[in-house]
Design a binder for this molecule. Structure first.
Ligand code: 4NP
Length: 171
Protein backbone atom coordinates (compact mmCIF):
# COMPACT_ATOMS: atom_id res chain seq x y z
CA UNK A 1 0.00 0.00 0.00
CA UNK A 2 1.03 3.62 -0.51
CA UNK A 3 3.36 5.17 2.02
CA UNK A 4 1.42 8.05 3.45
CA UNK A 5 2.79 10.42 6.04
CA UNK A 6 -0.24 11.25 8.11
CA UNK A 7 -0.06 12.91 11.49
CA UNK A 8 -3.19 11.48 13.01
CA UNK A 9 -3.08 8.62 15.47
CA UNK A 10 -5.79 6.02 15.50
CA UNK A 11 -6.99 5.69 19.06
CA UNK A 12 -6.49 2.55 21.07
CA UNK A 13 -10.19 2.71 21.97
CA UNK A 14 -12.71 0.03 21.20
CA UNK A 15 -13.60 1.45 17.78
CA UNK A 16 -12.12 3.54 15.01
CA UNK A 17 -14.33 6.59 14.65
CA UNK A 18 -14.46 8.26 11.23
CA UNK A 19 -16.31 11.48 10.38
CA UNK A 20 -16.76 12.46 6.72
CA UNK A 21 -17.27 16.18 6.12
CA UNK A 22 -18.42 18.28 3.16
CA UNK A 23 -20.23 21.60 2.91
CA UNK A 24 -23.93 20.76 3.09
CA UNK A 25 -23.84 17.15 4.36
CA UNK A 26 -26.47 16.23 1.77
CA UNK A 27 -24.34 15.04 -1.19
CA UNK A 28 -20.72 13.97 -0.77
CA UNK A 29 -20.24 13.20 2.93
CA UNK A 30 -23.43 11.13 3.45
CA UNK A 31 -22.44 9.21 0.30
CA UNK A 32 -18.97 8.60 1.77
CA UNK A 33 -20.58 7.47 5.03
CA UNK A 34 -22.78 5.03 3.10
CA UNK A 35 -19.90 3.70 1.00
CA UNK A 36 -17.69 3.19 4.07
CA UNK A 37 -20.48 1.58 6.08
CA UNK A 38 -21.03 -0.91 3.28
CA UNK A 39 -17.32 -1.55 2.93
CA UNK A 40 -16.78 -2.40 6.61
CA UNK A 41 -19.91 -4.59 6.57
CA UNK A 42 -18.66 -6.47 3.49
CA UNK A 43 -15.28 -7.04 5.15
CA UNK A 44 -16.91 -8.26 8.38
CA UNK A 45 -15.41 -5.44 10.47
CA UNK A 46 -18.46 -3.23 11.10
CA UNK A 47 -18.20 -3.72 14.87
CA UNK A 48 -14.75 -2.07 14.84
CA UNK A 49 -16.01 1.19 13.34
CA UNK A 50 -18.21 4.15 14.07
CA UNK A 51 -18.93 6.12 10.89
CA UNK A 52 -20.77 9.42 10.65
CA UNK A 53 -20.91 12.53 8.47
CA UNK A 54 -21.51 16.25 8.95
CA UNK A 55 -21.41 19.55 7.08
CA UNK A 56 -19.65 22.84 7.67
CA UNK A 57 -22.84 24.64 6.60
CA UNK A 58 -25.85 23.92 8.80
CA UNK A 59 -28.60 25.10 6.43
CA UNK A 60 -29.70 21.58 5.51
CA UNK A 61 -29.74 20.24 9.08
CA UNK A 62 -32.31 17.47 9.47
CA UNK A 63 -32.59 16.83 5.72
CA UNK A 64 -32.10 13.51 3.99
CA UNK A 65 -29.36 13.44 1.36
CA UNK A 66 -30.14 15.28 -1.88
CA UNK A 67 -32.59 13.22 -3.98
CA UNK A 68 -30.13 13.17 -6.90
CA UNK A 69 -27.37 11.70 -4.73
CA UNK A 70 -29.80 9.17 -3.28
CA UNK A 71 -30.86 8.11 -6.79
CA UNK A 72 -27.28 7.73 -8.03
CA UNK A 73 -26.25 5.87 -4.87
CA UNK A 74 -29.27 3.59 -5.15
CA UNK A 75 -28.10 2.55 -8.62
CA UNK A 76 -24.96 1.28 -6.85
CA UNK A 77 -27.03 -0.57 -4.26
CA UNK A 78 -26.69 2.04 -1.50
CA UNK A 79 -29.62 3.47 0.46
CA UNK A 80 -28.57 6.79 2.02
CA UNK A 81 -30.66 7.61 5.10
CA UNK A 82 -28.38 9.95 7.07
CA UNK A 83 -29.93 13.20 8.33
CA UNK A 84 -27.78 16.25 7.74
CA UNK A 85 -26.13 17.94 10.67
CA UNK A 86 -23.52 20.62 11.16
CA UNK A 87 -20.01 19.86 12.42
CA UNK A 88 -19.73 20.58 16.15
CA UNK A 89 -16.76 21.15 18.42
CA UNK A 90 -17.30 17.85 20.25
CA UNK A 91 -16.71 16.00 16.94
CA UNK A 92 -13.01 16.76 17.30
CA UNK A 93 -13.06 14.92 20.62
CA UNK A 94 -15.15 11.99 19.49
CA UNK A 95 -13.64 11.09 16.13
CA UNK A 96 -10.20 9.68 15.35
CA UNK A 97 -10.16 10.69 11.69
CA UNK A 98 -12.04 13.58 10.08
CA UNK A 99 -12.10 13.29 6.29
CA UNK A 100 -12.60 16.48 4.24
CA UNK A 101 -14.10 16.08 0.78
CA UNK A 102 -12.42 19.14 -0.73
CA UNK A 103 -9.77 21.72 0.05
CA UNK A 104 -12.25 24.31 1.25
CA UNK A 105 -13.76 21.78 3.66
CA UNK A 106 -10.22 21.00 4.83
CA UNK A 107 -9.46 24.66 5.52
CA UNK A 108 -12.82 25.14 7.25
CA UNK A 109 -12.23 22.16 9.51
CA UNK A 110 -8.74 23.31 10.41
CA UNK A 111 -10.13 26.69 11.40
CA UNK A 112 -12.66 24.99 13.69
CA UNK A 113 -10.27 22.52 15.33
CA UNK A 114 -9.96 23.45 19.03
CA UNK A 115 -6.37 22.17 19.47
CA UNK A 116 -3.34 21.31 17.31
CA UNK A 117 -3.89 17.67 18.23
CA UNK A 118 -7.42 17.89 16.87
CA UNK A 119 -6.12 19.52 13.68
CA UNK A 120 -3.96 16.48 13.06
CA UNK A 121 -7.08 14.31 12.80
CA UNK A 122 -8.14 16.11 9.61
CA UNK A 123 -7.24 14.49 6.28
CA UNK A 124 -8.30 15.00 2.67
CA UNK A 125 -10.22 12.28 0.87
CA UNK A 126 -7.99 12.94 -2.15
CA UNK A 127 -4.96 11.67 -0.20
CA UNK A 128 -6.48 8.18 -0.49
CA UNK A 129 -7.26 8.13 -4.21
CA UNK A 130 -5.43 5.38 -6.08
CA UNK A 131 -7.50 5.12 -9.27
CA UNK A 132 -7.74 8.91 -9.77
CA UNK A 133 -4.26 10.19 -8.91
CA UNK A 134 -4.81 13.40 -10.89
CA UNK A 135 -7.82 14.46 -8.77
CA UNK A 136 -7.17 16.69 -5.76
CA UNK A 137 -10.64 16.59 -4.19
CA UNK A 138 -14.19 15.25 -4.45
CA UNK A 139 -15.76 18.16 -6.38
CA UNK A 140 -19.09 19.51 -5.17
CA UNK A 141 -21.76 17.99 -7.46
CA UNK A 142 -24.60 20.18 -6.15
CA UNK A 143 -24.74 22.46 -9.20
CA UNK A 144 -23.73 19.73 -11.66
CA UNK A 145 -25.67 17.22 -13.69
CA UNK A 146 -25.71 13.45 -13.41
CA UNK A 147 -22.02 13.17 -14.33
CA UNK A 148 -21.04 15.21 -11.27
CA UNK A 149 -22.81 12.76 -8.97
CA UNK A 150 -21.33 9.73 -10.73
CA UNK A 151 -17.88 11.29 -10.55
CA UNK A 152 -18.28 12.05 -6.84
CA UNK A 153 -19.31 8.44 -6.14
CA UNK A 154 -16.41 7.06 -8.22
CA UNK A 155 -13.93 9.18 -6.25
CA UNK A 156 -15.54 8.36 -2.90
CA UNK A 157 -15.47 4.60 -3.60
CA UNK A 158 -11.83 4.89 -4.63
CA UNK A 159 -10.81 6.90 -1.54
CA UNK A 160 -12.73 4.71 0.92
CA UNK A 161 -10.88 1.59 -0.26
CA UNK A 162 -7.46 3.00 0.58
CA UNK A 163 -8.69 4.75 3.72
CA UNK A 164 -9.94 1.36 4.93
CA UNK A 165 -6.64 -0.36 4.06
CA UNK A 166 -4.70 2.41 5.76
CA UNK A 167 -6.73 2.11 8.95
CA UNK A 168 -6.50 -1.68 9.02
CA UNK A 169 -2.71 -1.45 8.68
CA UNK A 170 -2.38 1.24 11.34
CA UNK A 171 -4.77 0.25 14.11
P1 4NP B 1 -22.36 18.73 -0.33
O1 4NP B 1 -23.09 19.57 -1.49
O2 4NP B 1 -21.41 19.70 0.35
O3 4NP B 1 -21.65 17.66 -1.05
O4 4NP B 1 -23.46 18.25 0.60
C1 4NP B 1 -23.72 20.80 -1.24
C2 4NP B 1 -25.00 20.82 -0.76
C3 4NP B 1 -25.63 22.04 -0.51
C4 4NP B 1 -24.96 23.21 -0.76
C5 4NP B 1 -23.67 23.19 -1.23
C6 4NP B 1 -23.05 21.98 -1.47
N1 4NP B 1 -25.60 24.45 -0.51
O5 4NP B 1 -24.98 25.49 -0.75
O6 4NP B 1 -26.76 24.47 -0.09
Amino acid sequence: MAEKDFNFKIGSGDKVRILFVCLGNICRSPAAQGVMERLVAERGTADRFEIDSAGLYGGHAGDLPDSRMRAHARRRGLELTHRSRQVRESDFDRFDIIVAMDNSNYDGLRALAPTPEDERKIVKMADFFTQHPWADCVPDPYYDGAQGFENALDLIEDGCEMLYEFIMHNS
